[in-house]
Design a protein. Sequence first.
Length: 318
Amino acid sequence: MRAANIALLLGIGMTLAAVGNVAGQTYPTKPIRIVTGGPGGGADFASRVMAAGLAGSLGQQVVVDNRGGVIPGEIVSQSAPDGYTLLCYPGSLWIGSLMQKTPYDPLRDFAPISMLVTSPILLVVHPSVPVKTIKELIALAKTRPGALNYSAAGTGGASHLAGELFKAMAGVDIVLIPYKGAGAAITDVVGGQVHMTFGNAASVAPHLKSGRLRALAVTSAQPSALAPGVPTIAASGVPGYEAVQNTGMFAPARTPEAIITRLHHEILRILNNPGTREKLMTAGVESVASTPAELVATMKQEMHRLGKVIKDAGIRAE
């Protein structure tokens, strides 16, 4: 009986594998939907670049579906695992689960396909702030605890978390001034109402060129092509510091491996195209192809690195 059960289980496993392989060979046979966040953001732009590229190579229409809040993750986590509903979303998919209860588990309910893009953040100050380096900023902040402030777009957003991580790792007391959007957060620093901000490269670039803002450092672990000549915070006095906005592509959990492999291959082809890379750079993001395993590792590392900061600062998503 035991031998018969083992044979049955092996037969079922072989059948499922065969079904998965067939699915990968015939996929896709109908339009694909990429669910993402609101229009105009980095994830939306990446989704549209991916949609155009995938439509050309897969021979099916690929549509972008913009939704707000946790809805994109909820939709995809509850969709059929057949490769026809995908999720393109930034780090708030997994970091957000540390700040609020979500209708999905970011590590359990999705099948990672690839990292798509990363967007480094720049720590910039108003020219009136008498510092030109991170070390000088830290020294000034320590002599004037609570006197300096920084703006951030939204509670629990990338700029807010970058600021709180900097405060924790540098051991400084800089006051948060929250804003509802990135535009207002940057505008008030340009106007001198706020001392500094953590803004994405594309948003602060015009003000850096005009001299209305001064860049001290970039938040990525390595220097960024989006901020030539700007050192990293990690190399400027805060070793180990890293805070970027990563965006990945996911399918529902239990999507056949053959379909994940097909999508991964096509996405890497798109991201490695020089024209695509240039288009993404123009929009202020860098293409970052990865394996599914590397995407999961990044998610876990960010959840671990930022989890303590979120807990200690009592950050809750809006």
